[in-house]
Structure formats: C-alpha cells, structure tokens
Design a protein around this ligand. Structure first.
Ligand SMILES: *Cc1c(COP(=O)(O)O)cnc(C)c1O
Length: 394
C-alpha cells in the first residue's frame, strides 16, 4: 500500500520506525553502538544483520535508516546510503565503483569540488576522464566508448544552469554498458524523475533543499539495492563518510516540508526572473524556466519547472556585480543554495575562484555572473529589492 502513496504522503510517513513509546515525531537515536544479548548474538549480527538490526553508527543507525528509506521511496530507487556531506556522496559513489584503468565521461560544467574529485583525485588513481560539453549529445556519443565504466553529470549545472538531457545521455551510456551517475541537486527530489528517465545512481547534497534551512551538511546516494549494499556501503562504512544520526533527523524533518518549500521557491524564482529579464543593467538573465533559456523545452519535459536558482550576468563585470551584491538588502551574500533565505554568490571570486580564467570563460563563469538561490521571502519584496540594487550598479 505505501508503495502507491503519492510523494507528499511518503515524505511525511515512509521509513518511520517507532520505539516502544510510540512517539509521533521521529526519534533521534543518538547512539554510536548497539548492545547484544550474548556473545553468540554479537557473532550472528556480524555475519548477517537483519533489517532492524544495527552494529555501529558508521555502518548504520535507526534514524539514518529512516532518512534513507524515506528519500529512496520519494526518488523511486530501491535503496539509499546517507553520507556526511554532498561531497562524501559524490566521491563515495564514484570511488566505490571505479578502479585504475577505468574510463569515465563527465560533463565539463560541474560544481568546483566535483571537478576536483574527477580531475585531481580520480585521475591520480589511474582513472581516465573525458570531459564533454554536457548539452552536446554528439559529444557524449563520441566520447562514450565500449569500455566506458560510467558517465557523470549535474542535471542542471552549477552555476551556469545548463540543463542536460537525462533520457538521451542515459540511452547512449546504456548502449555501451556504462553506469549513469547524476548529481541532481538543482533538480531537487521534488522535480526529479531521474530514476524513470534512465539514471542508475542519483546523488544529492542534502545540505541544499532537503535540509533547506541551512543547518546541517549531508548527502545521499540512491540506486539499486545491489549497487547500494554491495558497492557503496562497504566503501562508505569502512572509509568513514556516513551521516550522523542528528543530521539524519534534521533531514527527515526537512523532507516533510521540502515539497512546499521548493514549489514556493520555484514560483518566486520564475517571477523574479521574469521581472528582471531585459533590465538594462543586465547582459542576461539565466533561468531554465524562462522561454529564452536554450534548454527551456527540455527542462519543462524533464522536470516540469525551472528550479529555485537563477543567475544574472550583470553589465560591466566584477565591479558592477559587487555593487549589486552590496546594494541588495534582503538576499544574503553566502554560498549555500536551496535555503529558506535568499542567498547570492559571485562564483568567479568564490566557489570557482580556483579555476584558471580561460576555464572560467569556457564554462560561462563571467566576471559579472551572480548566482541567486531564491528563498521563502515575499516575492514582491525580493523583486523591488533586486530592481533597486540593479539601479545601484550604474
Ligand atoms: C553543494 C553541492 C555539492 C556538495 O555538497 P556539500 O553538501 O556541500 O558537500 C555537490 N554538487 C552540487 C551540484 C552542489 O550544489
């Protein structure tokens, strides 16, 4: 029966494990270990733990399990492994399945730390990476080889908001037997249909919309039971990137309200993008939900909405972008996204500072680019504030 529930019902009920007290709100099992009745019982647990049996919090914990079951049900995957951060999820998913000599094809436009994992770490261990323009299906087709082990991309790239065709890239990868791993942060679990569109593995930084209130770092890897329990779990439980029970509790409570938050933030993001598009202080307003976005039709088919993040390319580069950031009164200058508070980031000098200028240019990270994650504030207040800040850039 619970398999037939709609997402909003699953988001508040799936995975709940009640103690003997019958608490309504999920309990935080803030325990690192679990007691055995006898030496024989301990031996048995280490051979084969049952569904509700735990050994050590790095291996699993009841509160963490509740979060894993709930997000897996929402996302339509058999199983999930919760991690200490989004990057523990990205690096864990890739490292657990790859070995020296393997070939990976990845989109070039990636979150800075994802790029570091692929370019600096995996290549150091002998994994060969080919980077492609993620929006160019011909480039994917040319790069995926018979021996390609995996393809990796962000379904909407950070911070330039390129949308990648999950179904088409998955089909190309499948044809060569490569696994499809997607960092799906910008799509959010609310709009994701990645499982049915062909993804084998979906990864979230739960720090973003799942918490949604800027409190905790977390991540999750979703996939088949086989992949999660045979490939990911042994790697994560022995290398130490597991989620803490307290974090899992924050994330569980976050899932209960995520759909309401994300839909409201997305509606405001669209209204803000429409209000700012064409403003004479702007080179460009980038938002997948705008008809002017090059992958507008794709994002509508793939997700049904443009998401909670937009980007403004402000005329006259860095100085004007800084004047804008300093003039905004409601939005905060910080670098999280998906938060209840509107947050603005200047990628060229912060999250993507490390990249050489030529690479920034090829990724579209211009000196005037400002990424804005829309929060839960009043839409008209935000629009009025952004308009006055754009006037202040001149
Ligand atoms: C934030 C983010 C990450 C990393 O997540 P953390 O929780 O900060 O470790 C990875 N990928 C994308 C697309 C992100 O936005």
């Amino acid at each position: 029966m619970s398999d037939d529930w709609k997402p909003s019902t699953k988001a508040v009920h799936t995975g709940t494990r009640r103690s003997q007290y019958g608490e309504v709100s999920e309990a935080i099992f803030l325990t690192q270990g679990f007691v055995y009745d006898s030496a024989e019982h301990a031996e048995q647990r280490f051979i084969n733990s049952g569904d509700d049996e735990f050994i050590y919090a790095r291996y699993g914990n009841p509160t963490v399990k509740m979060f894993e079951e709930r997000i897996a049900a929402l996302e339509g995957f058999e199983d999930a492994f919760a991690t200490a951060s989004g990057m523990a999820a990205v690096s864990g998913a890739l490292t657990s399945m790859l070995k020296a000599g393997d070939h990976v094809v990845s989109a070039r436009a990636l979150f800075g730390s994802c790029l570091y994992v692929l370019e600096d770490i995996l290549s150091r261990y002998g994994v060969e990476i080919t980077f492609v323009d993620g929006t160019d299906l011909g480039a994917w087709e040319a790069a995926i080889r018979d021996d390609t082990k995996a393809v990796f991309f962000e379904s909407i790239s950070n911070p330039t908001l390129e949308v990648i065709d999950i179904e088409a890239v998955s089909k190309l990868a499948r044809a060569k037997g490569a696994l499809v791993l997607i960092d799906n942060v910008f799509a959010t679990p609310v709009y994701s249909r990645a499982a049915e569109q062909g993804a084998d593995v979906v990864i979230y930084s739960a720090t973003k919309h799942i918490d949604g209130q800027g409190r905790t770092l977390g991540g999750v890897i979703l996939g088949s039971r086989e992949f999660i329990r045979k490939t990911v779990e042994p790697y994560m439980k022995h290398t130490g990137g597991s989620m803490s029970p307290f974090t899992a509790w924050v994330m569980l409570k976050g899932l209960e309200t995520m759909s309401l938050r994300v839909r409201a933030q997305t509606a405001t993001a669209l209204a803000v993008a429409q209000a700012l598009e064409g403003n004479d202080a702007l080179e460009q307003t980038i938002y997948p939900g705008l008809a002017s976005h090059p992958q507008h039709a794709l994002v509508q088919a793939q997700m049904g909405a443009g998401g909670t993040v937009l980007a403004l390319d402000i005329k006259d580069g860095k100085e004007a972008a800084f004047r804008f950031l300093n003039a905004v009164q409601i939005g905060l200058i910080s670098n999280n996204l998906g938060d209840a508070k509107t947050i603005m980031t200047h990628p060229a000098t912060t999250t993507h500072q490390r990249l050489p200028d030529a690479q920034k240019a090829s990724l579209g990270i211009t000196p005037g680019l400002v990424r804005i994650s829309i929060g839960l504030e009043d839409c008209d207040d935000l629009i009025a504030d952004f308009l006055q800040a754009l006037r202040a850039t001149k």
